[in-house]
Design a protein around this ligand. Structure first.
Ligand code: PHE
Ligand code: ZN
Length: 877
């Protein structure tokens, strides 16, 4: 064949078109050709893997268009159609082949170089093992293919490799055959009977050890479970295995959904762009979401593992059995699956604490996204690079939208809606619209207006005011909704906003039952009768709608709610609001000094009560007594003032620490006496222990460093050790260096813990955090090729508002240097670092100019990836 081209794995960044093409949801067309079955053969090798594929294709409809295959780097060495060598040509970012018959067998070969694949998309090498990542568009980096989620095919995969280097050979589905070959090689043949889109394809080859267990489904089908890790890590898989079995049981019990293959394999890899991937029957995980033992993982890590294992397992139904028609529907599987994993974690632990954590996360990541240049609806209308749309909006706001439907329907009807969705669309590639329709039909909801939650970006703002009329003994709730414009959406139609509401009697300190008020108009009033005295308004309880609330309430009412509201989220929220109001007043120097002093007294007295309130468990106590982050305070201001926020928050911490110093000491001692275990009480004790330590340090108590170092030295678990190191990292004392050195020496060689060591320093509020970060960038353990390490060093620094937004602009330059160095290596991970610079509109002119300058410097870099280009262009608009 004349036009065979050498198959080299050129980084996609070098091939990216200068002007990225915009892909629109409205342009959706089914593919011209379907691929129905795929037989793949791999001769695996780190530097040169040979791939051959046999595809049964079928013309879709009556047309004469060629077979178009998406292709990214892996150009075909040869192509034949029904056994006859075929010519192919470039077309867009794929190739085209003429096929005359309505059905044909296409055979093609490629060669790829996994060890140069630093993007970690397609087939790549990690610590001597080989594995794949195909979502969203990685399969086309292995072979040219109809690489879109609506093309579902049955896969059979034959793997061949050197037996000594790659003793374990895994792919989707079940093993059907395995054996030895000549020259020390061996093979394994896997078959997956479930038709699936290419993004769910996976293979793994390596020298791995398995932890095994088993599960029997409700209908009696046995399932072999295995978690594969590198040798030496097998002692750290028990928690993940436990979480897997709990997830399988939970999905049967709560959704009636059973697992559908005889094996479920999980593999942990250290180089991974995301958290984990739900490949059918072969989940691949970032090792940080698998490996845990008390000495190396915090309680927070344990929870994250449980949540991510559940998330990926739940995808087997919400994602795999019912997948997405196109990538605009991503939230169909992600929003729903996040909602499912949130409910699972709530069931496994504390519902109240889980809700607070999830809302805090939503506010810290999704609200800023929704208010900035990258805002998009949970079902976007267009994109340039789909990798940029694995966002907090798609995932976390998507989950909130599902949650609102669940709230409006109630548990039984919501379940009926889900049942209908799975029954209708099992084995299909579905749309968000189809989910909504199934929910309407199955749950009996009218979601006509509710569909706007899928269409509209931006966080709705709700104003609420309670008016009391003594004569008629009524209380009237006045509500109003408003929207700010987001890119491409100026005028926004009204949204239905479900607000769980209660009116609390001041004397009884109780309410007569909660109501779900559905705000559908721009202004709406609801009257409640039988209130001789004005009650206290408790609204958006449990954070029933993802909106910002502006409630006209006196601080006395907030204090009342902190003390008496029976909704734990509302209690938390009331104290946060008091603290925010007070800090914002301090920052803006609003109000008379005497007024502000009185407000401080209120906060100190309620903190004092809550430190020892018997009705609270320690975990919830810690949530309530934690101050909002500097970044979150910045979000509350039109123009963020990083230094003023930093100073005001620090002063408040110091006041709380100093006034309550005796109580913090008592709490610290009490909690330190609780022995290590994974019980709820012991975990709560560890959580409050480090909070108390933080306040003791904020009080600048003379013995703070000694107490912190004591916690560090005596720790028999990572939660205590990390908590103490975090407090010390922000202090200027000898104990700081001693602890950090000892932490490093103890865990040298354990990448996940060394990641923590980097984060503890770059996220600290030490006066020299910038200089320390520069030094860490030059540390011998820092590398740009491992996404966990890059994120561990840079994210805490970038989230460290005072450090990143230093008036000199040096924080922006530090990030820009990273972006320019990382983009040629790993564009997907790089593009996620653009958003912090894109927030320039929220800062003063000087900072804004510096941030824009950095974005422009990035855009000027020749060969900038499509991923990064899209985010920078949008951020500058
Ligand atoms: N689908 C994965 C999840 O949410 C996330 C992911 C996306 C992983 C893209 C890798 C690449 O579970
Ligand atoms: Zn997911």
């Amino acid at each position: 064949m004349a036009d065979i081209q050498p198959a080299t794995a050129t980084p996609a960044s070098l091939q990216a078109p200068a002007e990225p093409v915009v892909i629109r949801r409205a342009d959706y067309q089914p593919p011209d050709w379907w691929v129905k079955t795929v037989a793949l053969e791999f001769d695996l090798d780190l530097s040169a893997t040979q791939v051959s594929a046999t595809l049964q294709i079928e013309r879709n409809g009556d047309h004469e268009r060629p077979l178009r295959l998406d292709c990214d780097g892996a150009l075909p060495g040869s192509i034949s159609v029904d056994g006859v060598a075929a010519n192919w040509r470039h077309e867009g970012d794929g190739i085209a082949v003429d096929v005359s018959a309505p059905r044909a067998t296409v055979h093609l070969t490629t060669q790829i170089a996994p060890d140069t694949n630093t993007q970690l998309m397609g087939l790549f090498a990690s610590n001597g093992m080989l594995c794949t990542q195909c979502e969203a568009e990685g399969f086309r980096r292995i072979i040219p293919f109809v690489d879109r989620p609506d093309n579902m095919a049955v896969y059979e995969v034959l793997l061949r490799a050197d037996k000594a280097r790659f003793p374990v050979l895994l792919a989707n589905g079940a093993l059907v055959d395995a054996g030895d070959l000549e020259d020390g090689r061996h093979y394994a043949r896997w078959h997956d009977p479930h038709p699936k889109p290419s993004y769910l394809f996976a293979l793994v080859a390596g020298d791995l050890v398995a932890t095994r267990d088993h599960f029997t489904t409700r209908s009696g089908a046995p399932v072999e479970l295995a978690i594969y890790v590198r040798e030496g890590d097998e002692g750290r898989t028990a928690h993940a295995m436990q979480a897997l079995k709990a997830s399988m049981e939970w999905d049967e019990r709560v959704y009636g959904l059973e697992y559908d293959l005889p094996v479920f394999n999980i593999v942990a890899v250290s180089d991974f762009n995301m958290g984990a991937m739900e490949n059918k029957g072969l989940n691949i995980f970032n090792s940080r979401y698998i490996l845990a033992d008390p000495d190396t993982a915090t309680d927070y890590d344990y929870d994250a593992i449980e949540g991510v294992v559940a998330h990926e397992y739940f995808h087997n139904w919400s994602g795999n059995r019912v997948t997405c028609r196109d990538w605009f529907q991503l939230s169909l599987k992600e929003g729903f699956t996040v909602y499912r994993d949130q409910c699972f974690s709530a069931d496994m632990g504390s519902e109240a604490v889980k809700r607070i954590e999830d809302v805090r996360m939503l506010r810290a990541t999704q609200f800023p996204e929704d208010a900035g240049p990258l805002a998009h609806p949970i079902r976007p209308d267009s994109y340039m690079e789909i990798s940029n749309f694995y966002t907090s909006t798609i995932y976390n706001k998507g989950a909130e939208v599902i949650r609102m439907m669940a709230t409006m329907a109630g548990p039984e009807r919501f379940r009926a809606g889900c049942d209908l969705y799975f029954a209708r669309h099992d084995g299909e590639a579905a749309t968000c619209e189809q989910f909504v329709r199934a929910m309407e039909d199955g749950a009996g909801l009218d979601l006509g207006q509710f569909r706007r939650w899928y269409e509209q970006a931006g966080t709705p703002q709700v104003q609420a005011r309670l008016e009391h009329d003594a004569d008629s003994a009524t209380a009237t709730l006045h509500l109003r909704q408003q929207f700010s414009p987001t890119p491409g959406q100026q005028d926004k139609p009204l949204m239905p906003i479900p607000l769980r509401t209660a009116l609390i009697d001041r004397d009884m300190k109780a309410h007569r039952g909660e109501q779900l008020v559905l705000l559908t108009q721009s202004e709406q009033s609801v009257t409640f009768t039988g209130f001789a005295r004005p009650p206290v308004l408790s609204i958006n309880r449990g954070f029933s709608a993802p909106v910002t609330m502006d409630v006209a309430r006196r601080s006395g009412d907030l204090l009342f709610l902190v003390r008496h509201d029976d909704d734990p989220f509302a209690r938390y929220e009331a104290l946060q609001q008091l603290v925010i109001d007070r800090l914002i007043a301090d920052i803006g120097e609003e109000g008379a000094a005497a007024e502000r002093a009185a407000a401080l007294e209120d906060i100190l007295s309620v903190f004092g009560d809550l430190v020892s309130d018997q009705r609270l468990d320690d975990s919830m106590r810690t949530e309530i007594l934690s101050l909002p982050t500097e970044a979150f305070l910045g979000e509350q201001m039109l123009i963020v003032r990083p230094e003023a926020i930093h100073d005001a928050r620090r002063a408040l911490r110091k006041a709380i620490g100093t006034r309550l110093i005796d109580q913090w000491r008592i709490v610290h001692e009490r909690a330190s006496a609780v022995p290590y275990s994974l019980s709820r009480e012991a975990r709560g004790a560890r959580k409050i222990k480090s909070l108390a330590l933080g306040y003791i340090a904020s009080a600048e108590a003379a013995d703070a460093a000694t107490i912190a170092f004591g916690q560090f030295a005596q720790a028999d678990n990572m939660t205590d050790r990390q908590g103490a190191t975090m407090v010390l990292a922000s202090m200027a004392c000898d104990e700081r260096e001693t602890a950090l050195d000892s932490f490093y020496n103890r865990y040298q060689g354990n990448a996940l813990v060394i990641d923590k060591w980097f984060s503890l320093q770059t996220g600290s509020s030490h006066a020299k955090v910038y200089e320390q970060t520069l030094e860490l960038i030059r540390h011998k353990d820092f590398t740009l090729t491992n996404p966990n390490r890059v994120r561990a060093l840079y994210w805490p620094f970038v989230s460290n508002q005072a450090a990143f937004h230093h008036a000199s602009g040096r924080g922006y330059e530090l990030l820009t240097d990273l972006i320019l160095r990382l983009d040629p290596i790993n564009p997907q991970t790089t593009a996620r670092f653009i958003a912090p610079l894109g927030r320039w509109r929220r800062f003063d002119e000087d900072r804004a100019a510096k941030m824009r300058g950095c974005l422009e410097r990035i855009l000027a870099q020749p060969g900038l990836s499509k991923d990064t280009t899209e985010q920078v262009v949008k951020s500058l608009e």
